[in-house]
Design a protein around this ligand. Structure first.
Ligand SMILES: Nc1ncnc2c1ncn2[C@@H]1O[C@H](COP(=O)(O)OP(=O)(O)O)[C@@H](O)[C@H]1O
Ligand SMILES: [Mg+2]
Length: 319
């Protein structure tokens, strides 16, 4: 049984915004699923529908086989909302103990668990400091500890690394990896491509409310591979033109390199034959998988109803 299921989910907000248009997906237990999309794509709306915070206009969702409409479906859930606020008057430690209480964790257990989690998110040194004094990144890490305090089977994280510096992001990745190893299922929203690429088993690309791509990171990125051929001398325009005609793409790379995009590995032989037949010396050959960023950009271009120019995907940080 899938851990998280959405079937033909549509959402039109009052005022007419179509936030979701027929989204269906299933996340297997023990997987990290990353939902990727530009701001406004509908990512937060989908999490809210899965957790019954927002009601779908049409369609159904279920967690561990229980309809999201039933309160019991949320019993195994930990949730880090987007732009969350933790009470400022709490210390990191007292905040976690407070949320532990809300999750029905015994007081003695709560204390040890809070300490352990503060260690795991790298906040031990500031355990007794007030949340008020925390940076965005620290609040985000405390929010993640909050989501984990009840030792949930399912984790919903809406932009978990928003505002977190690279070191903090790495520690969050390690923490989520450990959760996966412990058999937990994680549903993660992000507009950060590199993040999703490094962390997730499966990825969905949401564009204007539609799931335009879905699959493992490996499957999504291996449709095309890039080939860099380093020649003995820089390629001329004529050669690039011939290569483009023969293989569909070719452009000058750094130094004496030619960059090609190939559909099949066997084409590498053909490229080498092509160049050798013209008496050109080859000094290097390198292949690479297409980046998830390239897949993302491409899926936006392919998608119907693209109103805005594709772009502003974010390979690193910021919104
Ligand atoms: N409560 C709401 N009322 C009306 N429109 C909303 C509401 N929440 C979100 N939207 C709109 O729905 C679309 C999807 O938003 P959202 O789910 O927050 O996307 P994302 O999380 O991918 O940035 C956006 O156009 C947003 O403005
Ligand atoms: Mg959002």
């Amino acid at each position: 049984m899938a851990a998280i299921v959405a079937q033909d989910v549509w959402k039109t907000y009052r005022g007419g915004t179509q936030a979701l248009r027929g989204v269906s997906l299933a996340v297997e237990p023990g997987q990290i699923f990353g939902l990727l999309g530009q701001n406004g794509a509908g990512k937060t709306t989908l999490i809210k529908i899965l957790l019954d915070i927002v009601r779908p206009t049409r369609g159904t969702t279920a967690l561990l086989g229980v309809s999201s409409r039933r309160t019991a479906s949320r019993q195994p859930v930990g949730y880090l909302p987007e732009d969350h606020r933790l009470p400022e008057y709490h210390t990191a430690e007292s905040a976690l103990q407070f949320y532990a209480g809300l999750s029905g964790v015994l007081r003695s257990t709560a204390r040890t668990r809070a300490r352990r989690l503060l260690g795991e998110v790298g906040l031990t040194d500031v355990a007794k400091k007030k949340v008020r004094s925390f940076s965005k990144g620290m609040k985000q890490r405390l929010g993640l500890a909050q989501a984990l305090i009840g030792e949930p089977q399912l984790l919903f994280l809406d932009e978990p690394t928003d505002g977190v510096d690279p070191v903090g992001r790495a520690s969050i990745r390690a923490l989520l990896d450990a959760q996966r190893r412990a058999g937990k299922t994680i549903f993660l929203n992000s507009h950060l491509l590199s993040e999703v690429e490094q962390l997730c088993d499966r990825v969905g690309i949401l564009h204007q409310g539609e799931l335009v791509r879905e699959g493992t990171v490996a499957a999504l990125t291996q449709d095309e591979r890039g080939l860099t051929v380093t020649l003995a001398a820089p390629p001329g325009e004529a050669l690039l033109g011939e290569l483009e005609k023969a293989f569909g793409s070719a452009r000058a790379g750094a130094g004496a390199a030619v960059e090609l995009s190939l559909q099949r590995d066997e084409q590498i032989d053909a490229v080498v034959d092509f160049l050798r037949a013209r008496g050109l010396g080859i000094r290097g050959l390198a292949t690479r998988r297409q980046s998830l960023e390239a897949v993302f950009l491409e899926s936006l271009q392919d998608a119907p109803n693209t109103q805005s120019a594709p772009g502003t995907p974010n390979a690193e940080q910021g919104k």
